[in-house]
Design a protein around this ligand. Structure first.
Ligand code: WTA
Length: 661
């Protein structure tokens, strides 16, 4: 006898598995911020003035004169003539508008401690810290580096800098001491805000040791502020030029610091990211365009409302955290949740416990996390009441249809739209995604370009490819959130990202994100991944050149080639092919030294999945390393034609090595 009660469930599974498109649920549409399909046409017809809609979400000290200035393309300038302050827009104006007692930041530490900052309290602490920074000598346009984990003092420090017009440069806390030093040297940053340590899976990590080590490699004097996160758990010593955060804030409690009126195009922050060459790139974002764009996309794509509790589980050390934990949500006056730890500590239901506890409305995470949730099983979310959720989002890497459907069913209860948002550090905010109250969703495809964006998939000559074919992603018109340049490197900015098509006088500059993609008949774009030498590990961007230099720095290593190979949980993982110097033995100890050097040089996220010793690397006749081939070996794919190689025999040797490992 069959169990009748199981049938509907089985049927549902089958239906869900087959279904290729999903309409936004009616209950969502009814309350969505954007519901009029006409927005696409409206923005196209009124471009670039359409972006006034974004500027209108901000309060200006002085109104702008031009929406867009493009004489110096691709050095586009947005909202020129306007003046404003980002911290005023994220704090004061909400306090003035009656939201003084609304929670701005809800923070939860890994051990379960909680802190709530209302807009009023956040403003007070930001002012006090801004006054403290000034006392330490920070002036307008000085770059202040932050090397901090997910603690409230990080957004407080960012907003304090924004208040006094000092651009911040946040370095991900998981990066190494070397990575910190490189970034501080590159930006001539004379101030560092850091902390003693933080919790990871129950352990107190010593962060100060790492930042001190980094400071020893900085080529100029640095004034430091240290947040005491761990108290008695970890005693730390403040050296010369170091100040205690709490003391500094206490000394300036009650201070009132006028927000500095910044030009629209003044730098708000720098964010270093990986590219094709070894040196990380200092992506420069400006005050008006960036803030307007993150607020506008926060409202249109993430459907943020002031009364929401909104949660983006990214780290503020990456662009996602800047745009969609700090600036976008706070500009919109909502409550943003910050969580210090990992999703599996103390148990694998930690995230769902938080959703239930804080009644989270919108949850925004990365596919790598979703793949882990899937692997752990549906019982973890099922143990919690997730009915507060209204919208789900993903970012950072492609999401496969299976993971999409799992997320839709087990987290969203089939009642929450999913926005699969494609964007980059350089774009400042979302670029390709459906609008959740309008667009039909297709699992695996991010969707069309946002209103006002001319996103295309082209071949090598810049011609659009036919539906279903792969090509390069391009953005053929500028947008307010775009990077303005690479810090002190205008030349690299132009050569890395922009191509001028047709006749040079036409000023038709096209932005190349270095991603491959395909487009379907409805204009929906499926992003296929990077086409440059960048590996996307768990949604984190790593440059192969940086990895290779860390490996080659190991004594006994002659040459290295690093590629990304498929990985069930991480999306891509780092595989290192290494040639040793003559007389060196390919031992496990050597392998360990290589791995340690990568972790030391970049950080634990860059840890190679495998180190494969080989006497040679597969090279073309012209001497170029055949990375594609190494990628296929790492991913266990069928190998293509190897006859164009100068040394075809080496391929078999390497395959054998991989199997033996
Ligand atoms: C990838 C993160 C597919 C892409 C915001 C891009 C994605 C790089 C998606 C930028 C997505 C980001 N689907 N791929 N929804 N979102 N990517 O600068 O390759 O850390 O170029 O910015 O991540 O990484 P970044």
């Amino acid at each position: 006898m069959t169990d009748q009660s199981e049938e509907p469930e089985v049927e549902l599974e089958a239906r869900l598995a087959e279904q290729e498109t999903f309409e936004p649920p009616e209950s969502f549409v009814e309350q969505a911020n954007v519901t009029d399909e006409g927005i696409y046409e409206e923005f196209e017809e009124a471009w670039p003035e359409c972006w006034e809609a974004a500027a209108d979400l901000l309060e200006w000290d002085e109104p702008y004169e031009n929406v867009l200035e493009d004489e110096d393309a691709p050095f586009y300038r947005w909202f020129t003539g306007g003046k404003l302050n980002a911290s005023y827009n994220c704090l004061d104006r909400h306090v003035e508008n009656g939201a003084k007692n609304r929670a701005a930041i809800q923070w939860e530490g890994e051990l379960g401690e909680t802190r709530t900052y209302t807009y009023g309290e956040l403003l007070n602490e930001v002012e006090a810290f801004a006054a403290g920074l000034r006392e330490l000598g920070v002036e307008e346009d000085d770059v202040v580096t932050m090397y901090m984990p997910m603690i409230p003092e990080l957004p407080i420090a960012m907003l304090a800098c924004a208040r006094i017009g000092a651009p911040h440069s946040v370095v991900f806390a998981g990066f190494s001491a070397e990575a910190l030093a490189t970034r501080m040297n590159a930006s001539d940053s004379e101030y560092l805000i850091t902390c003693d340590g933080y919790y990871r899976r129950g352990d107190a990590l010593n962060h100060k040791e790492k930042s001190d080590k980094g400071l020893r490699q900085v080529d100029h004097d640095v004034t430091t502020v240290v947040v005491d996160r761990l108290g008695d758990e970890l005693k730390h010593f403040l050296g010369k030029h170091a100040h205690d955060y709490d003391e500094l804030v206490a000394e300036h409690e009650g201070a009132s610091v006028e927000p500095v009126s910044r030009d629209a195009e003044d730098m708000l922050f720098l964010m270093y990211t990986s590219g094709t060459t070894g040196q990380p790139k200092g992506v420069k974002h400006t005050t008006a365009g960036y803030l307007a764009y993150t607020a506008w996309t926060g409202q249109a794509v993430l459907d943020i409302k002031p009364e929401d509790t909104y949660w983006c589980s990214a780290d503020i050390g990456w662009i996602t955290g800047h745009s969609y934990i700090v600036y976008g949500p706070l500009a919109l006056g909502t409550t943003t949740l910050m969580y210090e730890g990992t999703p599996d500590y103390p148990e694998k239901d930690r995230f769902w416990e938080l959703v239930e506890k804080y009644r989270v409305d919108t949850f925004y995470t990365a596919p790598t996390a979703i793949r882990a949730f899937m692997k752990w099983g549906a019982e973890y979310p099922e143990a919690h009441d997730l009915s507060s959720l209204r919208l789900l989002g993903t970012v950072g890497e492609p999401i496969n249809p299976r993971a999409w459907k799992w997320y839709y069913k087990h987290i969203g209860g089939e009642e929450c739209p999913i926005v699969d948002t494609w964007w980059q550090t350089e774009t400042g905010g979302h670029m390709i995604t459906t609008l959740p109250g309008i667009g039909e969703m297709k699992p695996g495809s991010a969707g069309p370009g946002l209103p006002g964006l001319d996103v295309r998939v082209v071949d090598g000559t810049g011609e659009e490819v036919d539906a279903g074919h792969a090509g390069y992603l391009t953005v053929n018109n500028p947008w307010p959130g775009m990077l303005r340049t690479l810090y002190q490197n205008d030349e690299r900015f132009v050569s890395e990202y922009w191509q001028e098509y047709s006749d040079p006088d036409a000023d038709e500059w096209v932005y190349f994100p270095e991603d491959g993609a395909k487009i379907d008949e409805d204009g929906y774009i499926t992003v296929l991944g990077r086409v440059d030498d960048v590996i996307n590990v768990s949604g984190h961007r790593l440059g192969t050149m940086e990895l290779e230099s860390a490996i080659v720095a190991t004594a006994g290593v002659a040459e290295a080639a690093v590629v990304g190979g498929d990985h069930e949980l991480k999306g891509e993982a780092v595989y290192a092919y290494v040639i040793l110097e003559d007389g060196q033995e390919p031992t496990d100890a050597m392998r360990e030294r290589i791995v340690d050097n990568v972790v030391e040089g970049i950080g634990p996220i860059a840890k190679p999945e495998d180190v494969i010793f080989t006497p040679e690397l597969p090279k073309t006749r012209s001497g170029k390393i055949m990375r594609r081939l190494l990628e296929d070996i790492a991913s266990g794919n069928e190998l293509g034609n190897t006859s164009t190689l100068r040394n075809p025999d080496v391929v078999e040797d390497i395959q054998q090595q991989v199997q033996d490992d």
